[in-house]
Every structure is written in structure tokens, then in C-alpha cells.
Design a protein around this ligand. Structure first.
Ligand code: SF4
Ligand code: SF4
Length: 342
């Protein structure tokens, strides 16, 4: 009401008059902002006539009303305290054994995910706390850790206020570098060993020059596989991997291996399968499905491993691709490209 009235009345007032009137009163900040806006608008104009008495009276009565208004006091939120227990170990202090450190965190002061709680702990309680994080939206797979007994991503795990503490450990059966940071080197080496890229033997000269065709049906075959973000939650939840992690490839690497084997554009599936045909690489999987249960992206590595076993046993065969990609034919006058120099 005041805002509307003052807009019409102030058309006839000087800017300095408006601002000084507004300063005289204790009013809500929005009114004050309106006044400032109107006075600044007014600065550009040259007053042409004196305000009539009637207008002055109305403004005076409005200002009297504002005088009475008071900014309501800000409501203080009651703190939502949550106990968080975090695994700590510092290699620079080898005499201190790993221990669990307890924090009391006000959930009003942070976001809704466990990663936000860790960020608050690092910012306000203990800056020495170490953990990996990057995208904070379940894409990069950096913040994988064991939260309340489940391997998952801290950035997509919601915090529920509870009388029980939130217990956070690094990924189980992984070497710890510091606090919640685990050594993923072996895990990534195993991933590297499956050669996670498209292989088309004999077509090296055309890499990056011709697009490789794929039908929609063939493309659908890699759904549920390509989404893997290599967080390692499944691999470090797999009991056979805990005991034979140096020989058994584990669910994440095998899911990726199956992704490349089944891709219609990849022509090296026989070579890929023969590399996996040994006692340890695949067959240590006992189909317990811990991996599938824990995957934060909802993928099914256990099923992918079962499919690899079927291919290895000859119970299934990779289908021929729906679409072939023709190579350039010099007999038709098509140019043959040389390998691109890096
Ligand atoms: S399959 Fe799931 S749990 Fe395993 S690495 Fe991929 S995204 Fe992570
Ligand atoms: S299904 Fe196989 S890969 Fe998955 S947790 Fe069980 S043993 Fe490990």
C-alpha cells in the first residue's frame, strides 16, 4: 500500500526530500529500498512545481504509519546437532594409530549431503581432515567412501538427522593414503589392462577420419554399462577382490571390459575375451552380488560378469553389428588418408 502510494506522490517531490523523509523513520528495509530507488530516479528530473499541501499531508500520514512499523526480530533456528564419527590416520604421525574422531555438526549450517557435512567439518572443526571430492554431483566418482557400512558416494548420500552417529570410513580393504583417501593405483592399473578404448584392427589409418556407424539397437546394448564412473564402490565391496585383488580384476573393471566386448563398433572382442580366460581374472566372482547392491549409480556389475562368463563358456556369442562402416576404396577414386601425426 505504502509502496504504491509513495510512487504516485513522489512524482511531485524533490529527491532530497524523499530520502530525508525516509531516513527519519524506522521502517522495513523494503520501504527504505523503495525510497532510495525513487529518490535516485528523481535525481535526473528537475522539479517543476512545489508539492501541493494535500500531498504533503498524505505523505506525512504515511510516514507516521511507517514510524510505528518495526522490523520483526529474526527467528533464531534451533541447532540440529548430529554426531559424525570419521576415520583418521595421518602418515606423517606414524606413532598415532588410526582412530575414529567424533564431531558434533550443526546440520543447519551445511547442505543436505554427507559431502557437505565433511566440508563443514573441514572448514569449521578440523582443517586437517582429508578426503577426495570434485564434481559433488555423482559424476566424477572421487568421493567414494564407506558411510554407515555402505560403500557409496558422499556427494549423493543424504544426511538424515538421527540419534545414531554417521560413521564414515575409507573404502574397505583399500590401502589408506590419509584419512578417507584411499590408494586407487592398482584399481586403475587393472582398468588400464582391459584397454578401455575402441579397437578396430587394420583401420588404424582411418582413426578420427571416418565416423564409425552404429544402429540404435546396438547402441542400446551398452546402456547400463557406459554410465560407470569408476568410483570403485563395487570393487571394494567384493569379498573375492579383498582376498585376491592382485589377480582378480573385480566388478568395476569387468563391467568396463564387458562394455567394450559388447560394443558393436569394437572388433577385438575375441582378443579381449582370450585375455580374460584364466583362473583368476573373471572366475573368482562367486555371484554374491555385493557389487550390484552397493553401486551408487544403480548399475549391475554382477550381471555383466555373468555375461562375460557366458561368452567365455561359449553359451553366448557376440552378435554381428547391424551397420558396417565401409573403408575408403581407392578403386572408386576415394582418397586413402595417412596416419595423422601427433
Ligand atoms: S559399477 Fe557402479 S560402483 Fe562400480 S565403479 Fe562403476 S559406478 Fe562405481
Ligand atoms: S557378484 Fe562377483 S564381483 Fe560382485 S561382489 Fe560378488 S563376487 Fe564380487
Amino acid at each position: 500500500m505504502f509502496n504504491l502510494n509513495i510512487v504516485s506522490y513522489t512524482n511531485q517531490l524533490k529527491s532530497s526530500t524523499i530520502l530525508s523523509l525516509c531516513r527519519q523513520v524506522t521502517c522495513q528495509s523494503s520501504y527504505y529500498r523503495t525510497c532510495r530507488f525513487l529518490s535516485s530516479e528523481k535525481k535526473a528530473e528537475t522539479p517543476t512545481s512545489k508539492p501541493p499541501n494535500e500531498t504533503n499531508n498524505i505523505i506525512a500520514s504515511e510516514l507516521a504509519l511507517i514510524k510505528r512499523c518495526k522490523t520483526p526480530p529474526e527467528e533464531k533456528e534451533t541447532p540440529k546437532l548430529q554426531t559424525v564419527r570419521v576415520y583418521r590416520w595421518n602418515p606423517e604421525k606414524p606413532n598415532i594409530k588410526p582412530y575414529m574422531q567424533q564431531f558434533s555438526v550443526d546440520l543447519n549450517k551445511c547442505g543436505t549431503m554427507v559431502l557437505d557435512v565433511l566440508t563443514l567439518i573441514k572448514a569449521q572443526h578440523d582443517p586437517t581432515l582429508s578426503y577426495r571430492r570434485s564434481c559433488r554431483e555423482g559424476i566424477c566418482g572421487s568421493c567414494s567412501m564407506n558411510i554407515n557400512g555402505v560403500n557409496t558416494l558422499a556427494c549423493i548420500t543424504k544426511v538424515k538427522e538421527s540419534p545414531k552417529p554417521i560413521v564414515i570410513y575409507p573404502l574397505p580393504h583399500a590401502y589408506v593414503i590419509r584419512d578417507l583417501v584411499t590408494d586407487m593405483e592398482e584399481f586403475l592399473k587393472q582398468y588400464q589392462s582391459i584397454e578401455p578404448f575402441l579397437k578396430r584392427p587394420g583401420e588404424e589409418n582411418f582413426v578420427g577420419i571416418r565416423q564409425v556407424l552404429q544402429s540404435q539397437r546396438d547402441r542400446d546394448k551398452i546402456n547400463g554399462l557406459y554410465e560407470c564412473i569408476l568410483c570403485g564402490c563395487c570393487t571394494f565391496a567384493c569379498p573375492p577382490y579383498w582376498w585376491l585383488g592382485d589377480k582378480y580384476l573385480g566388478p568395476a573393471t569387468l563391467l568396463q571390459a564387458y562394455r567394450w566386448i559388447i560394443d558393436s563398433r569394437d572388433m577385438a572382442h575375441k582378443e579381449r575375451l582370450s585375455k580374460l580366460r584364466d583362473f583368476y581374472s573373471v572366475y573368482r566372482c562367486h555371484t554374491i552380488f555385493n557389487c550390484t547392491k552397493t553401486c551408487p549409480k544403480g548399475l549391475n556389475p554382477g550381471k555383466a560378469i555373468a555375461e562375460i562368463k557366458r561368452l567365455l563358456a561359449g553359451l553366448a556369442k557376440k552378435e554381428q553389428p547391424d551397420m558396417e562402416t565401409p573403408l575408403p576404396n581407392p578403386c572408386n577414386g576415394e582418397e586413402i588418408y595417412q596416419c595423422r601425426e601427433e
